[in-house]
Design a protein around this ligand. Sequence first.
Ligand code: CP3
Length: 342
Amino acid sequence: MTKLLLRALAGETLPTPPIWMMRQAGRYLPEYRATRAQAGDFLSLCYNPELAAEVTLQPIRRFDFDAAILFADILLVPQALGADLWFVTGEGPRLSTITSAADLARLKPADQIDDRLSPIYQTVGILSRELPSQTTLIGFAGAPWTVATYMVAGRGTKDQGPAHRFMAEDRAAFSTLIDLITDATIHYLSRQIEAGAEVVKLFDSWAGSLKGADFDDFAITPAKRIIAALKARHPQTPIIAFPREAGDRYVGFAEATGADCVALDNSVSVEWATRNVQVSGCVQGNLDPRHMVTGGPELVAEAQRITRTLRGGPHIFNLGHGITPDADPDNVARMIEAVRSA
Ligand code: CP3
């Protein structure tokens, strides 16, 4: 029997949607915090195949999700390209910055990233052997624009100002950076698929700050190039795209990029999505992650409303963004029960 998540991605309308959750392996789980402490820090955990596989499996054991997502981070690709990367506790990631063509010239070629990233492929290999037979393994990477915003600014930013400034000052050099990340992403995701990832997801967390032609050039074009290259090598592997906060640019995004599924953030109304996005194929989403903190009858009502509204077409249930560290694990169990009984 084909796995539930793969059936939804093939375009099947199901009575109960498959469920998984962004950041399902994370700090809201005590067992995650214990394994992370054992590894030392977050990056050591990402690069330790045994422990990274262990934290990937923890939410599967606890909640029986339909999918497991590889434990890693989108910023490992810039690190593999030669950027320095570290995490500041309570603040987030820091990287050495890329602000000129000269900085760009010091990065490594896209096909040399495996020196750093081979432990990630080992994690995928362990997971493809150890996951329950009904659970789908999802690999992932950051989309080029989102990765570039961190590489240019050297950190997370509210409005992605530094990347927008680089784009405005030297569009050709900025495009070179996007092309390099695009090539590295094709290589990285191909290796994940070869190691056993059954689905891959592209996280474009900051797609919402691209407008007009910039959205076409830096959200659609790189995604289209990545998806075409992956489909040429691995035609059976479905691809989920997450152009977060794309708003009306969600319309036609699947057709424009070739993605098998488009993930919706929680600013999108599901009624609107049935008419404008689900007509193109599978959609994923989109419960507001704050319900994992607040719980109560609103959580159940909202999870069931989303499930019932999207029931007329292919749907994967998920949050609209990652679960936060202050979430209550009991609310995750309540969400799953609400969706499966809707
Ligand atoms: O979803 C999963 O469980 C898979 C693993 C995963 C992580 N990060 C683990 C992680 C995935 C898919 C990501 C993607 C990621 N990483 C994105 C895109 C998705 C999104 O959230 O918008 C981005 C922008 C990053 C970069 C990143 N990594 C930031 C900004 C931070 C700090 C924010 C925070 O929550 O502390 C991280 C750290 C990170 N990545 C953690 C985890 C579990 C927390 C690290 C810790 O244990 O302290």
